[in-house]
Design a protein around this ligand. Structure first.
Ligand code: MRU
Length: 345
């Protein structure tokens, strides 16, 4: 009974960053959280592209779903198939690193391109993502030692704001705390410069009464050294054939520190983030963000505007630093990834 109530509570509190109504896409502006909860109504695919680029919509699965619905919005207005496919290409290129976007658009390209078909497929993808979150969370619980109290470290935001459901890495914490009734502390890295950890992860967990401790990204290695952290769980934007994984900048440093401090390091991601067409991480395009994101902080200048900046949005964690992948199809080592997914992706 307690279990059902816990699950019910999680489900009742799922934040909806995206909702397609049939005429427009309703989008929660993630750049304004947690201060303001503002929703926009986009009726053109160009608005959705801009929202993805400005990080109003973010998180690999959510970007993929927004891309799918952007294709539907394009389908509402463009009746010529060549023109429609051109719009699809623009949508697929909104952000380069998360493979979910290109895969979502490709999936819609393979329909007969009629509006009802596009909408049917996009809705199906939303449903599938919702289910995959539950499956990943259930698998995630099985890698944990049986204890009464846990401490975890995470990075960026992998929750409802980034998916159609309870999230990927964050889904595991939600299930453990609210369904299994275990005590836990989630250490959330701030995630400079966009502060997805501070603004989004801390907000999402706090809303569910799951204990969260915020730390600057630069404190993560010290935390792993001084506290007994049970595991690091993070998400992914693109996992390639050898298991190398692109995720939010700072993930690689966490994996290095986790190895030194003998802390298991898990990637939690659905098959929509897996790209077996690339052999290794060197082939992944890493998005470079504008230097203004480092020069200014909430409108205030914090560095000389003439200097050079290095602002990659993602980094690549080499497969040999990853303990295992937790996916909707099960748990696997980097070496087994190709076998597990060759028939699915
Ligand atoms: O730049 P963002 O906020 O889109 O980056 C998000 C991440 O790196 C997430 O960890 C990843 O997309 C997985 S979200 C389930």
């Amino acid at each position: 009974m307690l279990f059902d109530l816990g699950l019910q509570f999680i489900m009742n509190n799922i934040i909806k960053p995206l909702e397609y109504t049939g005429s427009f896409l309703r989008v929660l502006d993630q750049t304004l959280l947690p201060e303001q909860e503002i929703y926009y109504e986009y009726s053109s695919y160009q608005e959705v592209i801009l929202a993805i680029q400005k990080m109003i919509i973010r998180g690999a699965p959510a970007i993929g779903l927004a891309g799918a619905w952007a294709c539907c919005l394009a389908g509402q207005k463009i009746k010529n198939k060549t023109e429609l496919l051109k719009a699809f290409e623009e949508i697929a290129q909104a952000r380069p690193t998360a493979v979910n976007l290109a895969k979502a658009v490709n999936r819609l390209k393979n329909t007969c391109l009629s509006l009802p078909d596009l909408e049917l497929e996009a809705n199906k993808m939303f449903e599938e993502d919702f289910q995959m979150c539950q499956q990943m969370a259930s698998y995630g619980l099985t890698v944990l030692p049986n204890k009464s109290e846990y401490k975890f470290l995470t990075h960026c935001n992998t929750g409802s704001l980034a998916t159609a459901g309870i999230g990927t890495a964050l889904g595991i914490f939600k299930l453990l705390a609210l369904q299994s009734k275990k005590r836990l502390m989630v250490y959330a890295c701030e995630t400079r410069p966009y502060l997805q950890g501070a603004r989004l992860t801390a907000w999402e967990l706090h809303k569910l009464n799951i204990p969260v401790t915020l730390l600057p990204d630069s404190a993560a290695a010290h935390l792993l050294k001084t506290e007994k952290i049970d595991a690091v769980f993070v998400g992914a934007d693109r996992i390639v054939a050898n298991g190398d994984t692109a995720n939010k900048i700072g993930t690689y440093s966490l994996a290095l520190a986790a190895l030194v401090h003998k802390t298991p390091f898990y990637i939690v991601a659905p098959s929509t983030s897996i790209d077996l067409s690339l052999a290794s991480g060197e082939e992944i395009e890493i998005e470079e963000r504008p230097k203004e994101e480092l020069i200014y902080f909430q409108g205030k200048q914090i560095a000389p505007s003439q200097i050079n900046c290095f602002n990659p949005a993602f980094d690549i964690t080499p497969h040999n630093l990853i303990t295992a992948f937790i996916t909707e199809k099960g748990i696997c080592s980097p070496e087994k990834l190709k076998n597990l997914f060759q028939n699915y992706v």
